[in-house]
Design a protein around this ligand. Structure first.
Ligand SMILES: C[S@@+](CC[C@H](N)C(=O)[O-])C[C@H]1O[C@@H](n2cnc3c(N)ncnc32)[C@H](O)[C@@H]1O
Length: 215
């Protein structure tokens, strides 16, 4: 099997997993569901970017982050996810407002984004990339798609968080180890711990990290 065939197979398996996750369950019963993504919104507000800024939510899925960002007046929001089913759920929820959002159905480890962003937000996606090649491709895309001084907000399970999410193995991070993945082009601006309570009442320790790309 060639490297390209192997990559296509991995991406196909990953997509099948996530399409099923959203097909088989209501959004608000998924373990990562948040009624109000408080810390993400707080960190995004702290960047003080203009309402016209380009914001992308990587693996946004059916998250309600986009609803609140629209409500707060942000005008150029992109939601990217590997699972078309998650995007359909978000669009259905938003109704006509979905037309004000750019939706991209793709695997972030194997894509080229057309524009540059002021904010790259990722909650609970990067930690699924347990393969170093996937992480390298993710970070290459991130670096190409971020403006100078751009903001990166990544939330992963912290060092005291669970070892699995959605039945898949994940990698846990500290702010320093996440910075290590991003490299010297970035600096840490702020970090926030969160204990996320899942719909089934389990506790999951997250770490949210706000990084800024050096100009
Ligand atoms: C645990 S969920 C988190 C969803 C959302 N960020 C939130 O906080 O509610 C992970 C999301 O990442 C998406 N995802 C997983 N791997 C991905 C990849 N390689 N590229 C794009 N999206 C991916 C899944 O479809 C799913 O929507």
């Amino acid at each position: 099997m060639t490297f390209l065939n192997l990559l296509q197979k991995l991406i196909h398996n990953r997509k099948t997993h996530w399409e099923r996750a959203y097909k088989n369950q209501s959004s608000h019963k998924l373990s990562w569901y948040q009624d109000y993504p408080e810390i993400s919104l707080r960190l995004i507000a702290s960047t003080k970017v203009a309402a016209e800024s380009n914001i992308i939510d990587i693996g946004g899925g059916a998250s309600k982050l986009v609803d609140f960002l629209l409500q707060q007046g942000y005008k150029n929001i992109t939601v990217l996810d590997i699972a078309g089913n998650s995007i359909e759920k978000a669009k259905l929820r938003l109704g006509g407002k979905a037309n004000n959002v750019k939706w991209i159905e793709t695997d972030i480890t194997n894509c080229n984004l057309e524009i540059q962003y002021d904010i790259w937000h990722d909650r609970a996606v990067f930690h699924f990339l347990t393969n170093s090649q996937d992480r390298k491709r993710y970070i290459k895309t991130l670096k190409q798609s971020l403006k100078p001084n751009g903001n990166v907000i990544i939330a992963t399970f912290s060092l005291s968080g669970p070892k699995k999410c959605s039945g898949l193995k994940i990698a846990r991070y500290s702010p320093e180890s996440l910075l290590g993945e991003l490299g010297n082009d970035f600096k840490i601006i702020e970090t926030i711990d969160e204990v996320h309570i899942t719909p089934a009442n389990a506790k999951q320790n997250f770490i949210y990290c706000h990084f800024r790309k050096r100009a």
